[in-house]
Design a protein around this ligand. Sequence first.
Ligand SMILES: *[C@@H]1O[C@H](CO)[C@@H](O)[C@H](O)[C@H]1NC(C)=O
Ligand SMILES: *[C@@H]1O[C@H](CO)[C@@H](O)[C@H](O)[C@H]1NC(C)=O
Length: 356
Amino acid sequence: TQTFGHPLCTFLIINLIAIFCFLSYTKYSSSSVSPLSCSSHPEPSSQPSLLENRISKSTEELLILLWTWPFGEQFPLGGCDKLFNTPDCSFTLDRSKYSMADAVIVHHRDNCGSRQSLPQQPRPFYQRWVWFNLESPNNSPNLDFMNNLFNLTVSYRVDSDIFSPYACLKFRKEQKNYTIPKKSKLVAWAVSNWNPNSVRVKYYQELKKYINIDVYGRQHAKLSSSDTSSVISQYKFYLAFENSLHTDYITEKLWRNSFTSGTVPVVIGPPRENYEKFVPSDSFIHINDFKSSEELAKHLKFLDQNEEEYMKYFAWRKYTEIQFSGWETHYCRACQFLRENKFYRTVKNLRNWYIS
Ligand SMILES: *[C@@H]1O[C@H](CO)[C@@H](O)[C@H](O)[C@H]1NC(C)=O
Ligand SMILES: *[C@@H]1O[C@H](CO)[C@@H](O)[C@H](O)[C@H]1NC(C)=O
């Protein structure tokens, strides 16, 4: 009681601190659901560390063999210590090191042609095979070849062993003002894969009856990838329509084309609740928020005329930063997980899990 004088004074000060904390908290969590941040990786299943005391190779760095580059794209490997502030792994593409590798990472699309594309030599007892895929189930052929072969999965799905999204949000404590790019146009959509029977093209055909939409892409107005951001940023809204609808499948259409360009995304994809797992509820417009495309068009036109309402879609930016995952990020997430979790496991029905 010496420090604050009278005990009542201490009591009041403690109360003031509590009220202040409560107010800051409610201010910060104004949107009811808090999305996953970059640092919140779902807990791995707790299993005994059966590989921990294998005879050899217990202390040195993990050696990870990339069976192929993903889509043939090369990039500097390693550097996980800098990326995640955890010990690095050694990565190699040299298949002659197969029998020494602690883990083999197989990128689905480059190796799903047949079982022959996968390693053929016997597998050392401690070696873990890691299945890596960021494509939607529709774009992932021959999933059943992969049943009962792998020990771990890396994908955009939150329930993967190693959850590795396209991008994630980093939350800041201090506010930072976000400058909305100058707007002169209303709605844009960039689409390369035009399938007239897809949900998104059908929805577009309806929506365009009520509002003007500028379409870019292979069969539409030209848009080079270097201009994409500067062109799209002039629009108030961007149609971030996924090509197929799957749990957690939220791609660069939202993260890059829309958020990075500083437009408000109108999304077609998994349900709103699924988006809210990753991004704030007030950062996007979901088509299911409206009874019809006509109602959606009305809302977009209303926002076009109401600056203050439109700006509300940018409020979250004060506290957040978008962090993209490069190829190396996905491999480093695998490195980190492999180092920290050592147990035996088999992914039995990989196909049924991935398409569910
Ligand atoms: C952000 O904008 C507000 C209002 O325009 C201004 O008062 C404040 O100083 C700005 N903060 C920063 C960090 O620029
Ligand atoms: C990995 O999965 C294979 C195939 O089911 C299994 O035989 C092997 O014991 C597993 N290894 C580890 C380290 O979990």
